[in-house]
Structures are given as C-alpha cells and as structure tokens.
Design a binder for this molecule. Structure first.
Ligand code: SF4
Length: 332
C-alpha cells in the first residue's frame, strides 16, 4: 500500500461564525490569522518539494468550517488546488466542516474539485451533550449530513470529542457506535480541554465544569479505539495537535492534555494485552508488529517495567508478519 502524505492548510475560524462553548480555534492552533488563498499555493509547493513523487498526496483544509464560507470564497481556495489535481500532482482534497453546513448545492460544487473526504465535527451524538456544548445542531443533523455525503460518493469522516459537559463513558461509546453505524471511514478522538477565552473557561472557573482527568481520558480513548479498530474505522488522530500555546500552557486552562496522548492510550491497550502472558521460565520475549513495538514496550518503558516484576528478563522483537494487534511470546 502506498504511503499517503497530507498537505495541511489551516483556516482557523475562517468560515465559522459559531462559537461552541469550548472552542477558540486561534488559541488551540496558535494561528492568529487564516491563511489567505494567495498563500495556499506557496504552502502546497513547499510540501510537494519534500514529498516523494511516488507517494499518495492529499491537500487537507483544517481548522475551520470550510463549507461555512460562501461558495465563491470556497472556490477561491479550491481553484488553487485544481491545477494540482488535474495534473495528478495531488490525488485528492480533504476538508472539515460542521454537519449543518452540508447540502446538495455545496456537495455539487465540491465534486468539481476532486474533494474526496469530508470530515464532520460530530463531537457527541447525544443531544443533551450537544446542547450543553452550544453546538447549535442535533445528532439528527449529523445523521442526515452523513447520509447525503455518502450518497454523493464522498468518503465520510466523523470526529468526536470526549468529556464535553454532561458526557459519560456510556455516551461516548454510543457516539462511537453511531459513527460506525452511519458509515464513517475515518474518525478522530479529541479529549475536551479548557482553552483560554472560551465559555467553558467561565464554567470551569465557576465550578460548573470538571474536565476528565488524564487517566480517565486515556481509559475512555482506549475503549473507543478498540471499538473503532474492531469495526474497521480508520483513526486519523487521538489527542489534539500539541501547538506551542498548549505546550507552554499559555492557552490551556485545564484538562487532559499530554504531548504524547496517543502513546499513553496505546500503552494502556498493550498493558491489557500483555496482562496474562505466560512462558515456562523467567525469560520472556514478546514478538509484535514493528509499528507496535514501542507501544508494547510502553510510554517510558512502563509495560516492560511492569513485566520485569514477574520475569528476570524481558525483550521485545519486531516481526513484520504480524498484524498490528497480534503478538506471541517465546522464551529467550
Ligand atoms: S464549529 Fe468548530 S470551529 Fe466553529 S466554534 Fe465550533 S468547534 Fe470551533
């Protein structure tokens, strides 16, 4: 399978007249201004210079609600991508948007531009959580938009958040199940953070909102990842991209942020998988898929250290013949 590279174009809050309770795109992404259409070409050219010619390439518009712009404004961006897709320099276009900014006219326009993937911010598919979060749409809106996207031949992505006001592990699992049932090919899992200059910050300061602890967010994400993996939904991201404002804490008030959030989740996944390993003696070798070996060893070698409490010697060996979730044990 050929490697796919994404050329990201960030348009924070461009096109989004909304202000969900938890959102301040500028403080999440650290980008103060949306990229102008004129600068998009330079970004694409710079990326193409660094991507192998034989690799798959996708231009992705992130950070706002792309289809919330007028069609004329959307086309200012998409027109720039057209020579790249027409000349096969780029394979496809991806964009993210709100579920209530989808209709047939919008989709007909996107079809002309080789847009292949449309990701909707579903966030939760529990109507009470959506209402608590000031999303301004219901789960029915997500369901109807998902249908029309799929019926028009696009690939569907449904992003979700965990730990929004009123959320529970049961509601998050129900959200994930609906994401699967409604035909999403892709998902992203974002733990809710309290970001500076949001209504959620006010609620947090008044004691009206309690974010998930890091341990809870890791545990919920572990169950969600297992559910998505079991049902063939591709997880594009777990945890927010660590912008400088989040890393320094400048824009972060509270919540389960960790620079290696996905590693923590995968460490927990492998901790469960390795909890009952047995071999005859006291020397243990665990064979895993090469892409999984660091997760199996664990963040800061935590899984290896745990096993060393029961074995005198523990080693991990990569085996390219194994599927990502598979492993076997041998004695050294
Ligand atoms: S719709 Fe998306 S970009 Fe707009 S305020 Fe809500 S979370 Fe932020």
């Amino acid at each position: 399978m050929k490697t796919h590279y994404t050329i990201p174009i960030f348009i924070p809050e461009k096109a989004c007249p909304f202000r969900c309770l938890y959102c301040n795109q500028r403080n999440i992404s650290d980008r103060q201004d949306s990229i102008s259409p004129a600068s998009v070409k330079a970004v694409i050219d710079n990326y193409l210079n660094t991507i192998p010619a034989s690799a798959g390439k996708r231009i992705a518009f992130f950070g706002g609600s792309f289809t919330g712009m007028s069609i004329a404004e959307q086309n200012q961006y998409l027109d720039i991508t057209l020579p790249y897709t027409k000349n096969n320099l780029v394979d496809e276009i991806q964009l993210s948007t709100r579920p209530d900014y989808i209709n047939q006219k919008i989709l007909d326009n996107l079809k002309q531009y080789k847009v292949k993937i449309i990701e909707l911010g579903a966030q939760s598919l529990d109507d009470e959580v959506l209402s608590n979060s000031g999303r301004g749409h219901t789960s029915y809106t997500v369901q109807e938009s998902s249908k029309i996207i799929l019926n028009n031949g696009f690939d569907l992505g449904l992003q979700m958040m965990i730990g929004l006001p009123g959320d529970t592990i049961e509601k998050s699992l129900m959200t994930a199940q609906k994401i699967i049932d409604w035909g999403a090919k892709y998902t992203r899992i974002y733990p809710t953070l309290v970001i500076k200059d949001t209504d959620l910050e006010d609620m947090y300061n008044k004691g009206l909102y309690k974010p998930l602890s890091l341990e809870e967010a890791v545990e919920w994400s572990k169950y969600l990842m297992q559910l998505f993996n079991d049902n063939g939904v591709i997880i594009l991201r777990v945890g927010l991209h660590p912008s400088e404002g989040l890393l320094t804490g400048k824009n972060l008030v509270a919540g389960p942020f960790h620079v290696s959030f996905k590693e923590l989740v995968m460490t927990d996944v492998w901790k469960d998988r390795l909890s009952n390993v047995k071999v005859e003696g006291k020397r243990l070798v665990i064979h895993t898929n090469p892409q999984q070996i660091n997760y199996a060893i664990g963040y800061c070698s935590s899984n290896k250290k745990q096993l060393l409490q029961s074995f005198d010697y523990v080693n991990f060996v990569a085996d390219g013949n194994l599927n990502t979730a598979d492993f076997y044990c041998s004695e050294s």
